[in-house]
Structures are given as C-alpha cells and as structure tokens.
Design a protein around this ligand. Structure first.
Ligand SMILES: Cc1cc2nc3c(=O)[nH]c(=O)nc-3n(C[C@H](O)[C@H](O)[C@H](O)COP(=O)(O)OP(=O)(O)OC[C@H]3O[C@@H](n4cnc5c(N)ncnc54)[C@H](O)[C@@H]3O)c2cc1C
Length: 445
C-alpha cells in the first residue's frame, strides 16, 4: 500500500497484495489491467472517494466488473473494481430491476424469474449488466424489444468531479443520452434501473450444420431473415469446434455453422418458422426446444471460462451475397488463424426510434458481423486478419458497435465510427470529463 492510499478510508489493493492479481484479472485474460491501486468499491460513496483521490493526483481511472469487455488496460492509475456492488433489486409493481455496478445478467435472470419476468440480456449470462447496457446491448430478443439501453429508466453515476447524479431522460437528457453508448467515458455508474419483460419462456436453441452445407445454409439464412417476424431474433456462427470432450460428439473437432434462435411465440409456430433452415440438409446437433428463460445461456453456448481474445465487428446495412463470400473466404475454415465469426440479424425494434434517444449508432443496420480469435502473442496478426475482413465489408458497413470490440487497436481503430453523432459526444465529454480522467476505455476524445 502506498503512503497516499494508506490514508484512504477505502478497501484498496496494491501490486504487493496477494489478491491484486485475482481482482485485476477478469474474463478477458489478455494483458489485464495493471493499476497502481485497485479500489474494491462497496457503494457509491467509495466510488466518489476513489474518483476524488484520482482527480487530486491527476490519475486515470478505469472500471471493471466481469472483465468481458476490457478495452484499454490500465498501466498505473486507479482501477475501480465493482464486484462487491452486485446487489439486484426487483420491483414487480414497476416491472424493473435496479442492478448494482457489479451485477451480472445471471443474477438478474434468476431474481426476475421469481416474479415471472426477464431482462433483455445477451448471449452470455456471465456478462455484466452495466457494461453491456451502456454499450447498447444486443439482447437475444432485441428484434422484438430493441437495444437493452432503450429499456433503461435511470442511471446512478459518479462523474469526473466526484459528484453523484441520479440521471433520467428528464433530469439530464444530455448525460442520459451520452452514458447509453458512451459507457464509462462520462463517469462510473454505480447502479442502473432497467425495465423487465413479462417473459418466462421461449422457443430457442441451436442447429449445427457440417462444413459442406455452410455455403447453402448462409444463402438460405440471408433470404430467410427477410421473412421472419420481429418476435424471432437469430444469428449464425461459423465455429472451428475444438476436439476436446467438453463438446458433444456430433460436433467435436468439426468446422460447423451454428444457427442460434430465440422466439417468444409458441414452439409449434417456431417449428414452422425454422423449417426452411432444417431443409438445408442433415443437422449434426439440434437443441431447439421450448425452454424457460433461465436456460437462455444455452442458446449461444458462449464459452463460460476466462480466456485471451481479440475481436471486432461491422454493422451492415444489408447482407449481400458478396459479403458472405468475403466472410467465408477471409475468416472461414481456411483462415490462417482460427476465427469464430457470427452474423446476427438486427432490425425490428432495434431499428425503431426509442422513447429516449441514446448515443448508440447505426440503428438502421440489418446485420452485425463479428469476428473473434483466441490470441496469445499473435494478437497483431489476428487484428490484421480481422481488419482485412472489415476492409472487404466496407461497401456495406455503417460503422461498429463498441460491445463487440475486444482488445482492438485504439490507434488504428478509433471508436468514432460507432456513433451517428460523435461531435455531440465529444462536446459532452469535454463538459463532463475535461481532463479525460476516464480514458482507459474505448475513448471519446
Ligand atoms: C462471451 C461474451 C458474450 C457477449 N455477448 C454479448 C451480447 O449478446 N450482446 C452484447 O451487446 N454484448 C455482448 N458481449 C459484450 C459485452 O456486453 C461487453 O463486452 C460489455 O462491455 C461487458 O461488460 P462487463 O461489465 O461484463 O465487462 P467489463 O470488462 O468489466 O467492462 C467493460 C466496459 O464496460 C464499461 N463499464 C463496466 N462497468 C461500468 C461502470 N460501473 N460504469 C461505467 N462503465 C462501466 C467500461 O467501459 C468497461 O471498460 C459479450 C461479450 C463476451 C465476452
């Protein structure tokens, strides 16, 4: 503990503490944060003290919950770890959840289900509520209900001057707009109040196809998505499945396409809707079924274990056959580095004007293409390969979304292309964080 931090009435860790490595390392294990001080905040007062301490010394401040979305790792400065602020309060009368800064979606899913409700969570229940929602939030039911940030009612935040604000669309429209899309560029969120959905079940799961069927499947998926109702949100991923016992025998060690489906209509209607996909050919593994919302993590089956990865994305105005061919050729089965590629169908409610506007850009995108590679020392090669895909996709690209940028190169890939009105974001950043204290992120500068 340094002399300065010793005087703080805060739970702090410094590099010589035993727990320092465990707390600074989250889900993303590629070069984790290495701050001078970690503040394990217990409440918003601790966050205020940490921010004021950093401001007095001119130190940058980073924030980490689950560590799924680490962008720019701290090298010095202060890291606010929010794991101890994981409280989840459901109000069944207003159909809302108030989630602390460290709450994960799985905590909310479980608590909401007890009241016959569900959040607009994403593919992986282990992701943090606040980071996901402030980045927009592509939910597994987003075509029906919009971006997760559209359902936010209020945000508690500590800004760079150490002040606490309870922000709503009415109390501070600018900050409410900027936080939803700008993430921690505008402050450290201590709690967030979000609307819940009256949903307890869905028809969902996955269909896995072998490599030979992939070109036909992708073409069928492209045309099929134009026919489905907003109640059906889907994606298709191309995955080199490792040859290890953790994966079921029919797909183990194979290069597969995995169609991911979530539909709020009946199972019988769902069966009818997915029929054109089933008709593409023999299915290696079929997990489509009626399920409680609490099992939604099984639909995408994202890896639940921490690992080291880089990834990026492009929001496309349309899915042209030539774009699909580029995906298959550049980051498909013959790619020099293993890539998991996912094409998610957007549109529906995501394309409609939300009640309270947010900084999240490209609502008119019909698809997002994302690519992820596990990396070690080859991160630059992986980034270059991903970049070559996005260069090829440029004719159809509107920009990016920050939630699907993982350890991108902040110099070669500045994040301004994630927004429709970057100038307004920059103007608000200058007002709320003039010294760019919150710069260890996808930085608005
Ligand atoms: C396996 C996996 C599946 C995913 N699935 C989806 C998905 O389906 N849909 C989707 O939209 N995204 C998805 N994501 C992306 C995810 O939403 C983002 O990476 C998000 O930022 C993760 O937030 P976190 O708190 O879990 O991660 P962290 O790494 O802890 O935080 C990431 C960033 O969020 C911001 N943040 C976190 N806490 C606070 C706070 N208290 N105040 C202000 N800012 C804060 C900061 O900018 C921080 O750097 C997925 C990511 C992974 C790795």
């Amino acid at each position: 503990m340094t002399a300065a931090t010793k005087d703080l009435d805060l739970p702090v860790l410094t590099p010589d503490d035993d727990r320092y490595d465990a707390v600074r390392t989250g889900f993303q294990t590629y070069r984790p944060h290495r701050p001078d001080v970690i503040v394990e905040a217990r409440n918003s007062t601790d966050v205020q003290s940490a921010v004021r301490f950093a401001a007095a010394d001119g130190l940058p401040v980073a924030v980490q919950s689950s560590g799924h979305g680490l962008a720019t790792a701290a090298d010095g400065g202060v890291l606010i770890a929010t794991g101890a602020m994981a409280d989840v309060r459901i109000d069944p009368t207003t159909r809302t959840v108030t989630a602390g800064a460290g709450a994960l979606w799985k905590d909310v899913i479980t608590a909401a289900a007890e009241h016959g409700l569900a959040p607009l969570s994403g593919s992986a229940p282990g992701v943090g509520v606040v980071g996901y929602t402030l980045g927009g939030g592509f939910g597994i039911l987003s075509r029906e209900f919009g971006y997760a940030c559209d359902l936010v009612r209020s945000i508690d935040v500590v800004t760079a001057d150490g002040e606490f604000h309870h922000v709503t669309a009415e109390s501070d429209p600018d900050l409410f707009w900027a936080l939803r899309g700008g993430r921690d560029n505008f402050g450290i969120v201590t709690a967030i109040e979000i609307e819940l959905l009256e949903i307890t079940r869905l028809y969902g799961g996955g269909l896995y196809f072998d490599i030979d069927l992939i070109p036909e499947l992708l073409e069928t998926y492209r045309t099929w998505t134009a026919t489905v109702p907003d109640e059906l949100t889907s994606a298709v991923a191309l995955i080199p499945i490792p040859d290890i016992p953790a994966f079921p025998e029919p797909i183990r060690g194979k290069y597969v396409a995995h169609v991911r489906i979530a539909y709020t209509g009946s199972a019988a209607e769902g069966e009818q809707l997915v029929r054109p996909l089933r008709e593409v050919g023999p299915i290696l593994l079929d997990t489509l079924a009626e399920m409680p919302y609490t099992d939604c993590g099984s639909i995408y089956s994202d890896p639940p274990f921490p690992h080291s990865y880089t990834g990026n994305n492009a929001m496309l105005r349309e899915l042209d056959p030539a774009a699909i061919a580029d995906v298959f050729e550049i980051v498909g089965p013959e790619a020099p580095i293993d890539c998991v590629v996912e094409i998610r169908h957007l549109g529906g409610a995501m394309a409609r004007k939300p009640q309270a506007p947010s900084a999240v850009g490209h609502r008119d995108a019909e698809f997002v293409v994302r690519v992820i590679s596990m990396v070690d020392d080859d991160i630059d090669e992986a980034r270059a390969l991903h970049r070559s895909l996005f260069t090829a996709l440029a004719p159809w690209t509107l920009g990016r979304n920050i939630n699907f940028v993982y350890r991108g190169d902040p110099v070669k890939d500045p994040i301004d292309d994630a927004y429709d009105d970057y100038d307004r974001l920059v103007e608000l950043k200058s007002a709320y964080d003039p010294s760019n204290m919150f710069r260890l992120n996808q930085n608005v500068s």
